[in-house]
Design a protein around this ligand. Structure first.
Ligand code: PLP
Length: 392
């Protein structure tokens, strides 16, 4: 404890740790992203470019800032931006794209140097979304140190806080505009946690419903926006922050990363099946351990597994682009929506759990190989989002 007000103490810590001059604390990552976009002060309707495979929440945040989401394909080696397709999307945007937002998928930092060059060449700013990559590094620099702005979330991802996010930047004008936008919102409503969690589930279920249709259902999301905005966007005051707890969790991050690395090594050692191909994890914070089930739909394998009595915890993200933007061919996003899952690396579970998980997974994949190709395929449209919404 330093005797400083809670927000100043946390912001100082984050500025030191991530080598940034300014830090604006927010109630969560969604608000951070909306504030960062707002700070760029572009004409209404400017586009923010996202990789096509990701969680729908940060995409929705762009709408809160009056921006329009746009998408580029991903690459198959680490599920981050396909740089050629990102360049194409920037060129096609005709100057309308004001921000490029890498999300550092599953904790691995995107090729921020090349993205920065691409963005600058198109008159756009790079905004890092560090929600999944807190603690990751690239070329000796931490995720969050790149880009004109970097957005953080502390809500139950790499660290287990119940609230919190931040926008970091070196530019005082951007910091001022982001702070003014955040401060213009009401304070967090007491006891809103359960309501927000329910709204999040409803949002995912609805997004999944949109995705199962012919994409014309997307107008349904408009009606949700006002509620979502009311529940999600809030300013925070010192009293909202428990500085000792937040700082203790941030201090633990290096230990968390070591624990996650030990769990990833279990998968490195135990998974051998030729269909199970791990993605590049260099410098990753290991939010999860991404594997492709090459040539197979992960949902087919997981359905088969549940018939065998195995439920594998995992994280999977949809190719979200048709829900929020124009549908265009994104071949890699389609492959990764089908084949990619993130195996869990939770540091609060003993390493022995992961040996068991890996052995069961390996056994299931081997058994699926014998019978799988003859089984009717699962329709995955909307399914991943539906599951996040609690609809199975
Ligand atoms: C990549 C990414 N960015 C941002 C967010 C939003 O963060 P928060 O849950 O703190 O609002 C999420 C979470 O859903 C996410 O997955």
């Amino acid at each position: 404890m330093t005797g400083l007000p809670a927000k100043r103490e946390i912001a100082d810590y984050l500025q030191r740790r991530f080598g940034r001059r300014h830090c604006v604390l927010t109630n969560r990552g969604t608000t951070a992203l909306a504030a960062a976009l707002h700070a760029l002060d572009r004409p209404a309707g400017a586009a923010a470019l996202f990789p096509a495979v990701l969680c729908s929440i940060p995409v929705f945040a762009t709408r809160f800032a009056g921006w329009t989401p746009a998408f580029a394909d991903v690459n198959l080696s680490d599920a981050n931006f396909d740089l050629d397709d990102a360049a194409r999307a920037l060129a096609d945007g005709g100057g309308r794209v004001g921000a490029v937002v890498p999300v550092h998928m599953f904790g691995k930092v995107d090729d921020v140097e090349r993205l920065e060059r691409l963005a600058r060449g198109a008159g756009a700013a790079l905004i890092e979304d560090v929600a999944l990559s807190l603690g990751a590094e690239r070329g000796g620099r931490p995720a969050g140190a790149f880009g004109r702005l970097a957005c953080f979330s502390f809500v139950r991802k790499m660290i287990p806080l119940e609230m919190g996010g931040a926008v970091m930047t070196d530019d005082p004008d951007l910091a001022r505009r982001a702070a003014a936008w955040v401060d213009a919102h009401p304070p967090p409503r007491p006891g809103a946690g359960a309501e927000t969690a329910a709204a999040l589930r409803a949002f995912h279920a609805l997004t999944g419903y949109v995705a199962t249709g012919d994409w014309r259902r997307r107008a349904l999301l408009d009606g949700f926006e006002g509620e979502f905005r009311r529940l999600f966007l809030a300013r925070t005051e010192d009293v909202d922050w428990d500085a000792p707890t937040a700082l203790a969790e941030l201090e633990k991050l290096d230990a968390v990363l070591r624990a996650r690395r030990a769990r990833a090594e279990v998968y490195d050692t135990a998974l051998h099946h030729p269909r199970v191909v791990p993605l590049d994890r260099s410098g990753s914070a290991l939010f999860a351990y991404p594997v492709r089930l090459t040539g197979w739909a992960a949902e087919d394998v997981l359905d088969f597994a549940s018939e065998q009595g195995y439920t594998f915890r995992r994280i999977a993200y949809p190719d979200i682009h048709p829900v929020f933007g124009a549908r265009r061919p994104m071949p890699h996003a389609a492959v990764l929506e089908r084949e990619l899952i993130g195996l869990p690396l939770d540091d609060d579970r003993p390493v022995s759990d992961f040996w068991e998980y890996a052995a069961d997974f390996e056994k299931t994949v081997g058994a699926y190989e014998l019978v799988g190709p003859g089984r009717p395929p699962v329709d995955i449209r909307g399914r991943l989002e539906m599951r996040m919404g609690g609809v199975t």
